[in-house]
Design a protein around this ligand. Structure first.
Ligand code: UDP
Ligand code: MG
Length: 321
């Protein structure tokens, strides 16, 4: 385990940061923070809580300001608009000061009671990342469940990394966080990027509990967008698929061409209406899908080359000030 080099000569106990992206979670945030604090109390380590308000339109920021007045060690950032959970996580990781950082959801689905276990694993196993792995997916709609299964199936097959049960509930040591922050892409996929880094990881299983209050703000469209980012960021296989389909159709077209020529020469070139229509339809849809796939990658490249910041902070609370 690495020890943090402090300015003072004496060794300090490791310092922990808990990063929580929050979007419209104000109402149950105080109760959640109390649960986090009581779990941290069991660890007996100094810590800070880093709250990132992802542009919540409701009273979330006021709740955070009130919390900061009442308790010490609370760092908070307010993003100028809703940048999405992945960007909020980035902001939190960039501002966390700890020797280890725990990232978790602020809706209670990642139980704070698991924190002492994660910290113990980190301190005893010497692993760089302690990952909480979902045993079940909790209560979810069927479409979400099927969608997630299809997504992970495709991602596992295409990327070669193992994503099953992966969640955003993780402890990363300073080495892993610094390495993560060196990845400057705008299309962030937190889970995938941590797995990609390949540091030694221990896993702790956990059961996803129902949300403590409110409802998930991830629409089907948002999930699909993240899925597309995950797939395009971790595999270029769909692009090769376009080439592959092209080759298959070239072979078929040579065969069909020869047949057509032969029929023409022997004077038997009769009605082939169905064939023509079918070919039109197949080739037309293949072309469009191919263009779409290329467009997906192009969009990612476009977003990356613009080089915009991943998030913008409008207000912040710094406990050191
Ligand atoms: N979240 C966020 N920005 C968003 C949506 C969600 O920071 O645009 C946070 C949210 O506050 C919570 C976590 O991401 O802490 C998980 O969100 P949610 O529970 O809505 O997702 P689910 O658990 O349904 O995947
Ligand atoms: Mg949730």
């Amino acid at each position: 385990m690495e020890q943090f080099q402090m300015d003072s000569a004496e060794a300090q106990p490791p310092f922990l940061s808990i990063v929580l992206p929050v979007f419209r979670e104000g109402r149950h945030l105080p109760a959640f923070l109390t649960a986090v604090r009581s779990s941290m109390g069991k660890c007996n380590l100094p810590y800070e809580v880093v709250l990132v308000d992802d542009g919540s339109p409701d009273e979330t920021w006021q709740v955070i300001v009130e919390e900061a007045k009442r308790s010490q060690g609370l760092r908070a950032l307010r993003l100028s608009r809703n940048f999405g959970k992945e960007s909020a996580l980035c902001a939190g990781l960039e501002h966390a000061r700890g020797n280890a950082v725990i990232a978790m959801d602020a809706d209670g689905q990642h139980p704070p009671s698991l924190i002492p276990d994660m910290v113990r694993q980190w301190q005893t196993s010497g692993a760089d990342i302690v990952e909480a792995v979902k045993r079940g997916r909790g209560r979810e709609s069927l479409s979400n469940k099927l969608g997630a299964q299809l997504f992970y199936f495709i991602l596992n097959k295409l990327s070669g990394f193992h994503f099953k049960g992966a969640s955003d509930f993780k402890l990363m040591n300073r080495k892993a966080v610094d390495a993560w922050l060196k990845m400057h892409e705008r299309n962030v996929f937190f889970r995938g990027m941590t797995i990609w880094m390949g540091f030694t990881t221990v896993q702790i299983p956990f059961e996803v509990v129902p949300r403590s209050a409110g409802h998930s703000t991830w629409s089907a469209l948002k999930r699909l967008k993240l899925a597309l980012i995950g797939i395009t960021a971790f595999s270029s296989f769909p692009l090769h698929l376009v080439t592959f389909a092209g080759v298959v159709f070239l072979v078929i077209s040579v065969l069909l061409g020869l047949e057509t020529l032969y029929l023409k020469l022997v004077g038997r070139a009769v009605s082939g209406f169905a064939t023509v229509i079918l070919l039109e339809l197949i080739i037309g849809s293949l072309l469009m899908i191919s263009l779409g796939i290329i467009g997906e990658y192009l969009a990612r490249i476009y977003e990356e080359v613009k080089g915009r910041p991943r998030y913008i902070v409008t207000e912040s609370i710094d406990p050191d000030e």
